[in-house]
Design a protein around this ligand. Structure first.
Ligand code: NOJ
Length: 762
């Protein structure tokens, strides 16, 4: 019987996947006319891999659900064979043979791991970001994955929040460009044809997840609509406009209602205002968590989530378990269930799964391209682009970096020998056995040229239990807990025998990502103690600060001559050699503000003015002003900041006109000159400030950038076109308006180092 249905499917699905919406609609209408309530609810049900990870799909809960047609989607299985076996159960054993949508958290690469998303944004290289997503999708697709839960585009202003690692930082305009690039990179032309490559993207976490109070993950969010529209919504909307196929709702409250059941958010904003037509999946068990938010039972909340616009229930078992009863009781209708079911079937149809349920997953191709040479080469280049050089003092007239490939070099720190942590958090499908540790990478690079001495030097943190147990909980090989005195003695001995000391420190993989909020953003105490001791040797020190958020480096900036911020990646070791020894000049720029003290958080450059402005960098205490008593105002390293091995000069800004009409445009040009001795890359940044408006507007906002590589001595004109769209904002009525008047236009190398000119919109 089944075979007959499946055959009917195959012949009734149009051969050309570019078939019109009409063909898709009639196919789905016909299919749904044959579906039972249980089968429809089954499509709304998503489960995690669970026991499939260790068992065979036939004997697992997922296998049983698949055979009954009650599993719409499953995620985080990392085995093509298992994925296809499960798919085969759905397609050949369930009554209607509807294929399963296979999802996964492919966040910054599948097995070729790129820097954390916050590090990818620090490249300010949209082509590189798009390419990294394309490679991630190619590997994931070959390994059976059809759908990634990425990009995360939550604006986050507070580095105490560990998930800052997964986003593009604090800026809505940059965040929007990154969101578009990632959606394009992941999806490619996957919806356009059966031959298309890519996988479906999922923009998350809609919405405002990054605004958790006090940077505490999962904490309350409370925000004005004006702020949502102007500061937090733009990247989600940009992803929707780039054609993202799915949206994940967030855990948090929006206007005191959990996002997953917030009808205003999921229907009025997302669908009516932005025109989103894809499917919405809840975050993990967020329908269940609504009970803890104080909103009643799983049944009530499942009905609410469905009515609000959530189509798929991730792991709460609320849709599959309770919507039938709610239907009987009349709190949801068959139309509500059909609407969600249709959106999920549409996603499957558009992905070509009805034509070929095994379209994703090709063991031979997977073997060929997963972590292949070409992907690694690209990842190495992009990883090198992501490092941000924060400091590079001269000693004896020469900058510490780049280092010479000679003499004796000490490489010290808790991250020197780790293989699992080198990729950073959220590296689900990593195969650490293939990656190069820092020690191995440096040894290979320096072989025959310089002597490398390595040791761990200190513990990651002071608490042995946490260092061991948390690592295991996160599937990381724990960094060994060593005897501190012995480790320090060895480190000092190696340092004394070396010409320069490179310290690999900071956070290991489980210290950022989900559920990793921190109340103190300084380097962990054992690491700081090691730095203090090493300084006593008088040797030049280079600090490699591994992080997924801003670190408070105030003490380090006063004592350590060279600091490079590193955001992980499977090719990190090789990329570090490229940059530290000068084959490549650093070109990363911060996409978050680095505070001087944790208490300044949330700290961000594009804040609103206050009635009593105090300039950043001020130390004087001013009575009744918004300044801290105990810290210099403003960031230690601002948004957009980063050094390189050369220097650039900027000419004055030349405006094509000092006025612009409300539907016109003007251009702003600077001549950029590489005045140093080496080829290097500069990120020229454009900021705008609306001087007088009907609502208070940020002191400055990024509205453009260009990333240019210039040879030593080379000059180039850099031109930005100012269009009305760059000047618009949402006013008190939430209308998107351009208000005439004076605007400051600023250009420079970072958000604080800017020239200003003024123009007027008439
Ligand atoms: C919870 C996280 O918030 C989300 O980002 C992730 O995609 C899901 N779990 C699935 O792992």
């Amino acid at each position: 019987m089944f075979l007959l249905f499946f055959f009917v499917f195959l012949i009734s699905v149009p051969c050309n996947a570019q078939s019109s919406d009409d063909e898709m609609n009639s196919f789905i209408t016909e299919l749904m006319s044959r579906m039972t309530l249980d089968e429809k609810l089954g499509q709304l049900n998503q489960q995690q891999a669970g026991d499939i990870t260790t068992g065979t799909p036939q004997n697992t809960d997922a296998g049983r659900l698949a055979a009954q047609g009650r599993l719409g989607s499953i995620f985080n299985i990392m085995d093509v064979q298992k994925i296809h076996d499960l798919q085969r159960i759905a397609v050949t054993q369930s009554r209607l043979g509807i294929p399963i949508l296979i999802g996964m958290d492919v966040i910054h690469g599948y097995q070729t791991i790129f820097p954390l998303p916050i590090g990818m944004s620090a490249t300010w290289d949209l082509d590189a970001i798009r390419e990294s997503a394309r490679i991630a999708a190619a590997e994931a697709s070959a390994n059976g994955v059809a759908w990634t839960f990425s990009p995360m585009v939550d604006i986050s202003l507070d580095s105490r929040w560990g998930r800052q690692a997964e986003g593009a930082g604090e800026d809505p305009w940059l965040g929007s460009r990154v969101a578009e690039a990632m959606v394009q990179g992941y999806q490619g032309d996957v919806f356009a044809s059966d031959k298309g490559t890519g996988i479906m993207a999922c923009v998350k976490h809609f919405a405002l997840y990054g605004a958790a109070e006090s940077g505490l993950d999962y904490n309350t969010v409370d925000m004005s609509h004006i702020r949502m529209y102007n500061q937090y919504f733009p990247p989600y909307r940009a992803a929707v406009e780039a054609g993202v196929g799915s949206v994940m709702s967030s855990f948090n409250l929006v206007d005191a209602v959990p996002a997953t059941s917030n009808r205003w958010l999921l229907t009025d904003v997302l669908r009516r205002q932005w025109g989103f037509q894809g499917m919405v999946v809840s975050d993990y068990a967020s329908i269940d968590e609504m009970t803890s938010h104080g909103l009643g039972t799983l049944k009530t909340n499942s009905a609410r989530a469905l009515l609000a616009g959530t189509d798929m229930d991730m792991c709460a078992n609320g849709f599959i378990g309770t919507l039938g009863q709610s239907l009987n009781e009349g709190t949801v209708t068959m139309e509500d269930i059909d609407r969600a079911c249709r959106r999920i079937l549409e996603a499957k149809y558009r992905l070509g799964l009805f034509r070929d349920p095994y379209r994703f997953g090709d063991a031979k191709l997977a073997k060929k391209i997963t972590y292949c040479k070409e992907h690694r080469k690209t990842a190495r280049r992009i990883t090198a682009e992501s490092f941000v050089l924060l400091k590079n003092d001269s000693i004896g007239g020469n900058p510490v970096l780049p280092l010479q490939r000679k003499g004796t070099i000490a490489l010290i720190g808790p991250l020197v020998d780790t293989r699992t942590d080198i990729t950073g958090s959220w590296s689900m499908a990593q195969d650490a056995s293939k990656y190069t540790t820092l020690r191995e990478g440096f040894e290979r690079y320096l072989k025959g040229k310089a002597t490398l001495l390595c040791t761990q030097g200190c513990n990651l943190i002071d608490n042995p239990h946490t260092q061991q147990a948390v690592a295991k909980g996160h599937d990381c090989q724990p960094i060994p807990f060593v005897d501190s005195d012995h480790a320090l003695g060895e480190a000092l001995d190696l340092a004394r025998r070396s010409d320069v000391v490179i310290c690999a420190m900071g956070e290991c993989a489980w210290m950022n990502g989900e559920g990793t909020s921190r109340s103190n953003l300084e380097l962990y105490p054992p690491q700081r103690r090691l730095l203090e001791a090493l300084l006593q040797t008088g040797k030049p020190i280079v600090l490699l600060n591994f992080a997924g958020r801003a670190t408070v480096l105030t003490w380090e900036s006063q004592h350590i001559p060279a600091i490079l911020n590193v955001w992980y990646g499977s090719e990190c070791a090789d990329a570090l050699c490229d940059v530290l020894f000068g084959d490549v000049s650093p070109s990363g720029r911060l996409t978050l503000s680095m505070p001087r003290s944790t208490g300044q958080e949330p700290l961000y450059y594009n804040h609103l003015p206050t009635g009593r402005p105090v300039p950043d960098g001020t130390t004087d205490y001013r009575v009744w002003s918004p300044n801290y008593l105990d810290v210099v105002q403003g960031p230690l390293y601002p948004f957009g900041y980063g050094l390189t091995y050369s220097r650039f000069s900027y000419s004055d800004i030349r405006l094509s006109s000092s006025t612009m009409s409300a539907d016109g445009s003007l251009t702003a040009t600077v001549t950029l000159t590489n005045t140093g001795k080496r080829e290097a890359t500069e990120v020229v940044q454009l900021y705008i400030h609306d001087r007088v408006a009907s609502i208070s507007r940020p002191v400055k906002e990024l509205k453009g950038f260009q990333r240019l590589t210039l040879k030593a001595g080379e000059s180039r004109d850099v031109t930005f076109t100012i269009t009305p769209d760059l000047l618009k904002f949402y006013n008190s009525d939430l209308d998107y308006v351009l208000e005439p008047g004076e605007f400051d236009l600023m250009i420079g190398p970072d958000s604080y180092n800017l020239q200003i000119v003024t123009f007027e919109v008439k």
